[in-house]
Ligand binder design. Structure first.
Ligand code: HEM
Ligand SMILES: *[C@@H]1O[C@H](CO)[C@@H](O)[C@H](O)[C@H]1NC(C)=O
Ligand SMILES: *[C@@H]1O[C@H](CO)[C@@H](O)[C@H](O)[C@H]1NC(C)=O
Ligand SMILES: *[C@@H]1O[C@H](CO)[C@@H](O)[C@H](O)[C@H]1NC(C)=O
Ligand SMILES: *[C@@H]1O[C@H](CO)[C@@H](O)[C@H](O)[C@H]1NC(C)=O
Ligand SMILES: CC(=O)N[C@H]1CO[C@H](CO)[C@@H](O)[C@@H]1O
Length: 307
C-alpha cells in the first residue's frame, strides 16, 4: 500500500517536468532536415492560391492551443463513437482551407521522413510562417510537440471566448490559459486580419427593433456601425454573410484593457514585439513532450484507429 502511494506521489510530483516541453528550434534538423523548407514552400503556394488561409490557420491554431495546449487535438475527425473538438459548435466556422493546408504539409513531410514530425508542430510552424508572410512579426518557433491521444467536443466549452461574453469572463478564460490581460490584448490583435460572420456581432449593431438611423453601440464609430448594418442587413437569410474582422473587438474592449489597446494601436513595434512574445509563450505552454502523446501518421486520426 505504502509503496504504491509513494509511486503515485512520485508520478504526481514529476508531472510538471514530464509536461514541461523540451522544445528546440532545430528539433528536426537531424531527423527531418527538409521540414522547414517543405513547410515554407507549401504554405507559400497555398496562401497565394487561397489568401484567406493565413487568418483561417491562425484561428485554427488559437482554437487548438486554447484547449489543452497545442496538441493538434483540433485536427482529429469525429468517429461514430466520439465527437471530437473540431465538431464542437464553436468550430463550425473554422475554414476548410486551414485544415487542407495542414494535410498537405503532413503528406509531403511524411514522404520525406515518415513518423517524425508531429501535426502540432506543423500547425504551429505554418501559423508562425503565415503571420510573417502577411506582414506580421517574425516569430522564433521551437519544435518538439507531440500530438494528443484525446480530442473531445466536451472539453471545448468554456475554454474559448465568445463575442457575447463579458470582458471579465474573457479575461478569466485567458488567465486559465496562462496569459495576462496585456498578452491577451496583443493576441487579439490577430483580428486585424480575417473575417467574421455577421451573426457573430449582429447583437451589437442591431439592438431591439433597431435600424440604421439609431445610435451606434458604445465606443463604435457611428459611420462604421451604419456601414456594418447595411452590409449585414440580410444576415438572417444568408448564414455566410461576413464582414472584415476588425469590427467587433475594438468597441468591445472596455477600460480594463484600453491602455494596452491604445498602446498597440499607436505603436506597431510595441504591438509586434508583444504579439511575437505572447505567441511563443502561448504555443509552448502546456504542450505534450516525449513521454506523453504521439506523432500521428495522419493528423485527423489516432495511430490506433481501426475504422
Ligand atoms: C477575446 C477573445 C476572442 C473572441 C471573442 C474571438 C472571437 C472570434 C469570432 C467570433 C470570429 C469570427 C468567426 C467567424 O465568424 O467565422 C473570430 C475570428 C478570428 N479570430 Fe478570434 N476571438 C478571440 C481571440 C482571438 C485570438 C487570441 C486569436 C489569435 C491568436 C484570434 C484569431 C482569429 C482570427 C485569425 C480570425 C479570422 C478567421 C478567418 O478569417 O477565417 N482570435 N474570432
Ligand atoms: C452567447 O452566444 C452563444 C451562441 O453563439 C449562445 O449559445 C449563448 O447562449 C450566448 N450567451 C449569452 C449570455 O447571450
Ligand atoms: C438584402 O436583400 C434585399 C432584398 O432582397 C436586396 O435588395 C439588398 O440588395 C440586399 N442587401 C445586401 C447587402 O445583400
Ligand atoms: C472604468 O470605468 C468605470 C465605470 O465606467 C469608471 O468608474 C472608472 O473610473 C474607469 N477606470 C478608468 C481607469 O478609466
Ligand atoms: C514603440 O515601441 C517600441 C518597443 O516597445 C519602443 O522602443 C519605441 O520607443 C516606441 N515608440 C514610440 C513612438 O513610443
Ligand atoms: C472544418 C470542420 O471540420 N468543421 C466542422 C465543425 O463542426 C461541424 C459540426 O458541428 C461540422 O459539420 C464541420 O465539418
Amino acid at each position: 500500500m505504502k509503496s504504491c502511494g509513494l509511486r503515485y506521489l512520485f508520478i504526481l510530483l514529476s508531472l510538471p517536468y514530464l509536461l514541461q516541453a523540451n522544445l528546440s528550434p532545430d528539433y528536426y534538423s537531424k531527423t527531418c532536415p527538409d521540414f522547414d523548407q517543405t513547410l515554407v514552400q507549401i504554405v507559400t503556394d497555398k496562401q497565394i492560391v487561397a489568401p484567406t488561409t493565413a487568418a483561417g490557420t491562425l484561428r485554427l491554431f488559437f482554437h487548438d492551443c486554447m484547449v489543452d495546449g497545442c496538441d493538434a487535438s483540433i485536427l482529429v475527425a469525429s468517429t461514430p463513437r466520439k465527437t471530437s473538438e473540431r465538431d464542437a459548435d464553436i468550430n463550425r466556422s473554422l475554414p476548410g482551407d486551414a485544415f487542407d493546408l495542414i494535410t498537405r504539409i503532413k503528406t509531403a513531410v511524411e514522404l520525406k521522413c515518415p513518423n517524425v514530425v508531429s501535426c502540432s508542430d506543423i500547425l504551429v510552424g505554418a501559423t508562425h510562417t503565415l503571420v510573417s508572410m502577411v506582414g506580421g512579426p517574425q516569430i522564433n518557433v521551437k519544435y518538439g510537440r507531440k500530438d494528443s491521444l484525446v480530442s473531445d467536443m466536451d472539453r471545448v466549452e468554456g475554454k474559448l471566448a465568445r463575442p457575447n461574453m463579458t470582458m471579465d469572463h474573457i479575461i478569466t478564460i485567458f488567465e486559465s490559459a496562462g496569459l495576462t490581460v496585456q498578452e491577451m490584448v496583443a493576441l487579439v490583435g490577430s483580428h486585424t486580419i480575417g473575417f467574421s460572420h455577421c451573426k457573430e456581432f449582429a447583437s451589437r449593431i442591431f439592438n431591439d427593433n433597431d435600424d440604421a438611423a439609431s445610435s451606434p453601440p458604445e465606443g463604435m464609430n457611428p459611420k462604421y456601425a451604419a456601414e456594418l448594418r447595411k452590409l449585414c442587413a440580410n444576415y438572417t437569410k444568408d448564414e455566410e454573410m461576413s464582414a472584415f474582422n476588425d469590427v467587433f473587438t475594438p468597441g468591445k474592449f472596455d477600460n480594463m484593457t484600453r491602455t494596452f489597446v491604445d498602446l498597440y494601436a499607436a505603436n506597431e513595434t510595441a504591438f509586434f514585439d508583444a504579439f511575437a512574445k505572447a505567441m511563443v509563450k502561448f504555443s509552448e505552454r502546456n504542450v505534450q513532450t516525449e513521454k506523453l502523446g504521439d506523432v500521428r501518421r495522419r493528423c485527423d486520426q489516432y495511430n490506433d484507429y481501426k475504422g
